[in-house]
Design a protein. Sequence first.
Length: 325
Amino acid sequence: MTTIITTNELSKTYPGKRGRGGPVEAVRSVDLEVAGGEIVGFLGPNGAGKTTTLRMLTTLLEPTAGEATVNGFDLRRDAVNVRRSIGYVAQAGSSYPLAIVGEEIVDHARLYGVERSVAQARTTALFAKLNLAGMEKRAVKTLSGGQRRRLDIAMGLVNEPPLVFLDEPTTGLDPQSRANLWEHIRSLRDDLGTTVFLTTHYLEEADALCDRILVIDQGRIVAEGTPEALKRRISGDGVTLTFDDAAQAASATTVAGAFPGAQDLATEGSTVRFRVPDVGRAIPSLLRELDASGVHLTDVEVRRPTLDDVFLSLTGRSLRDDSAA
């Protein structure tokens, strides 16, 4: 399989400001590979180096050290061809509100040297694919949030790049528009063979879309793998038991603590939380033991590990909470 992105000890250090401390190592010796046809999610809390890495890979920021190739072009020595061979959809978008939708895409293609007739044909095809057909004559400012985001993606694809970078592609969209855009992102890979490198702070988005996930924290890659492989790093499924009162919860804590494989046991008021390796097999036996102990269970909740659990275990922070701050 063709490697589309490869980095070797890619680093970025910012000089310290006078009187405000020493240099800041935003990205420290990052090694990563992205294969052709992958959808790769790049996750990290604010200040972890995610945006800096993305800006280096798209030639918007020069590395301090290390090497990288993008689409076979050296990031340092052939930045022009890197830019020609990628699509980039910025978080804030790049379409001009007063522009006419169809003209905006054609003009963007012309900047890549695409002939006008070819640009117009590509615009028609992209608009059909991204549910923008019939909007060519409208002003950009009249589009909905979801339509404008799809327009941004069309702009990033009109030069037919083998690799597209999507920076927070669904930020600010309502749930229905977000779900629709997920389908369009999948189609980039499935129908066009495009490699997608995306950042997101919606962990359910990364779980649903990505073939593989890279997690960066404090400037270093701290984990990588498929969503399922990363979730398997969290030992056990979560169980929450609720009782009539704290006394019964205390009795249940004793039962749960003696249960084979139980870990991370915590009691708060009338609620008991813990993890067990295989909740499907464990719950029937556990319920029988609780019944035999005479406690009255009012509610039971079972929760499989999520990417948020993985992120919390790796960084000590919730990605969603951190991004919203």
